[in-house]
Design a protein around this ligand. Structure first.
Ligand code: SAH
Ligand code: TYD
Ligand code: ZN
Length: 409
C-alpha cells in the first residue's frame, strides 16, 4: 500500500514531501449507504523529486483498487468534455491520422468520449481501458476496446495484434499511472518511427495558480509540469516536441512526445520551460507557499459554513466530482454542514461521497426547494452549471466558491 517515501517513480531520486491532506478514501469510490463503514483509507500526501522535479503522491493505492467495474467517472458527463474530445478527434483525423490506413491507440478511453468520433470516421483504433463498465459503454458506441491496464506488455501485445500506431493518446490518464517507465518502454515498441504520444493532463502551474488542491487525490499519482515531463521523456528515449495549454480541469497541458530526433520541437516548449523557470514552479518555496494557502482555504471554508449554519441558512453541494472527496475529507465537511450534494451522473446518485458520506442526489433535488447557498465542488464546470441553474441565482441563491480562495458570488 505504501511506496518508499523517498523514491521518485520516474528517476529514483529523493521525493521531498510538502503537503499532507490527511487520511483519505479513493476519490471515485462512491459507496452505497450500507457499505459506508467499510471505506478504504490511505494517507494523501504529495512531494517533489529533488532530482527530476516530478511532483507525485507519497503513498499510493494499487491500481486495481482504483479502476474496476465500479469505477464511477463518466468522461461524457459534461457538454464541455464531449465537445473538447470531439474536436480532439477531428484534429487527429486531419493531421496524424490523414495518411494511409492510420491506427490510433487511446490509453484510458473511458466511455469512448474521444474514440467514438474516430470510430464513426471508420479509422482503425483501439482503446485500452481496465474499468469494464465504462469500457462496455465505449463498445456500445462502436469503439474497439481492450479491457487491460496499459503497460509495456500490453503495448507489445497491441503491436503484435494490430501493428504499429501513428498516435497513442491519453487524457487525464497518464498522470494516473504510477508505472510510467513501463508505459514509455511500451510506447517505444508500439509507435511507428515518427509516431507521437500525445497526452493531456492537469497542470502543476494551474494547481498552484488556482490553489486547486482538490485536484490532488489517489488517482492523480503525478502532477506534471513541462519541466518534469521533458526530463521524464528523455530518460526513455523520447523528446518533448510540443506543449500547449488546454482549458480542461481549469487549465491543463497537452504534451506531445516523439522519439529523439524524429521531429523538431515547437517553439512553445522552450517558451513554457522559461515561464516555469521564471515563476519558480519547481522551487520548494513555491510548494511551501501553496501548502500554507491550502490550510487557509480549509480555515476560511469551515468558518463560512459554520456561520451560515449558525444563521439557520441552508447549503447544498453542487457536483460530486472526485475533487469533492478531497475537499470534504480534508476539511472535515459532513452532513451537519452540507446535508447532500447534487450530481447529474446516474452512477453516483443514491451513493455517498467516499469518506465524508454526503449523499449524492439527482440535480432535481437542488430545486426542491432551493437552498440559500450552493457550494460549487464542480468548479471547473462553473459556466455550464451556473447557466443551467440561472433560476437559483434569480431567486437570490448564492454560490460559494473556494478556489482560489473562499468567496461568495
Ligand atoms: N480520458 C477520459 C477518462 C479519464 S479517467 C477523460 O479525459 O475524461 C482515467 C481513465 O483511465 C479511467 O477510465 C481508468 O479506468 C483508466 N486507466 C487507469 N489506469 C489505466 C492504465 N494503466 N491503462 C489504461 N487505462 C487506465
Ligand atoms: P469532473 O470535474 O469532470 O471530474 P473529476 O471527477 O475528475 O473532478 O466532474 C464533474 C462532476 O460534476 C461530474 O460528476 C458531473 C457533475 N456535473 C453536474 O452535476 N452538473 C453539470 O451541469 C455538470 C457540467 C457536471
Ligand atoms: Zn525524479
Amino acid at each position: 500500500m505504501t511506496t518508499n517515501d523517498h523514491d521518485c517513480r520516474v528517476c529514483g531520486g529523493r521525493v521531498r514531501e510538502f503537503l499532507d491532506l490527511g487520511s483519505q478514501p479513493t476519490a471515485n469510490g462512491f459507496l452505497p449507504p450500507e457499505e459506508a463503514d467499510g471505506v478504504f483509507l490511505f494517507r494523501l500526501a504529495v512531494g517533489a523529486c529533488e532530482t527530476c522535479t516530478m511532483v507525485q503522491l507519497i503513498d499510493e493505492v494499487p491500481q486495481e483498487f482504483r479502476y474496476h467495474a465500479d469505477y464511477r467517472y463518466r468522461a461524457s458527463g459534461s457538454a464541455s468534455h464531449r465537445q473538447h474530445f470531439q474536436r480532439n478527434a477531428q484534429r487527429f483525423l486531419r493531421t496524424e491520422l490523414a495518411g494511409d490506413d492510420p491506427f490510433i491507440v487511446e490509453i484510458g478511453c473511458n466511455d469512448g468520449v474521444m474514440l467514438g468520433t474516430i470510430a464513426e470516421a471508420g479509422v482503425r483504433h483501439l482503446g485500452v481501458e481496465p474499468s469494464t463498465t465504462v469500457a462496455a459503454i465505449a463498445a456500445s458506441k462502436g469503439v474497439r476496446v481492450l479491457t487491460e491496464f496499459f503497460d509495456e506488455a500490453t503495448a507489445a501485445a497491441v503491436h503484435d495484434d494490430h501493428g504499429p500506431a501513428d498516435v497513442v493518446f491519453g487524457a487525464n490518464t497518464v498522470c494516473h499511472i504510477s508505472h510510467v517507465g513501463s508505459v514509455l518502454r511500451g510506447l517505444d515498441k508500439l509507435l511507428k518511427p515518427r509516431g507521437v504520444f500525445v497526452f493531456e493532463e492537469p497542470y502543476l502551474g494551474t494547481l498552484v495558480d488556482q490553489m486547486a488542491f482538490d485536484q490532488i487525490y489517489d488517482e492523480h499519482v503525478f502532477y506534471f509540469s513541462v519541466t518534469s515531463v521533458r526530463q521524464m521523456a528523455s530518460r526513455y528515449g523520447f523528446e518533448l516536441v510540443d506543449a500547449e495549454h488546454t482549458p480542461m480541469h481549469g487549465g491543463g497541458i497537452r504534451y506531445t512526445l516523439a522519439r529523439v530526433g524524429a521531429r523538431s520541437p515547437a517553439p512553445a516548449v522552450a517558451r513554457l520551460l522559461a515561464d516555469e523557470h521564471a515563476r519558480k514552479l519547481t522551487d520548494p518555496q513555491t510548494h511551501a507557499r501553496f501548502a500554507g494557502n491550502v490550510t487557509r482555504i480549509r480555515r476560511d471554508l469551515l468558518a463560512l459554513l459554520g456561520e451560515i449554519k449558525a444563521q439557520g441558512r441552508s447549503v447544498v453541494g453542487y457536483g460530486a466530482p472526485a475533487k469533492c472527496t478531497t475537499v470534504t475529507n480534508y476539511c472535515g465537511i459532513g452532513t451537519d454542514l452540507v446535508p447532500f450534494v447534487c450530481d447529474s451522473t446516474p452512477a453516483k446518485q443514491g451513493h455517498l461521497v467516499p469518506g465524508s458520506n454526503l449523499p449524492v442526489r439527482p440535480p432535481a433535488a437542488f430545486a426542491d426547494p432551493y437552498p440559500d447557498y450552493a457550494l460549487l465542488f464542480a468548479w471547473n464546470h462553473a459556466e455550464e452549471i451556473m447557466a443551467n441553474e440561472a433560476a437559483f441565482s434569480a431567486t437570490g441563491g448564492r454560490w460559494i466558491r473556494y478556489i482560489p480562495e473562499v468567496h461568495v458570488v
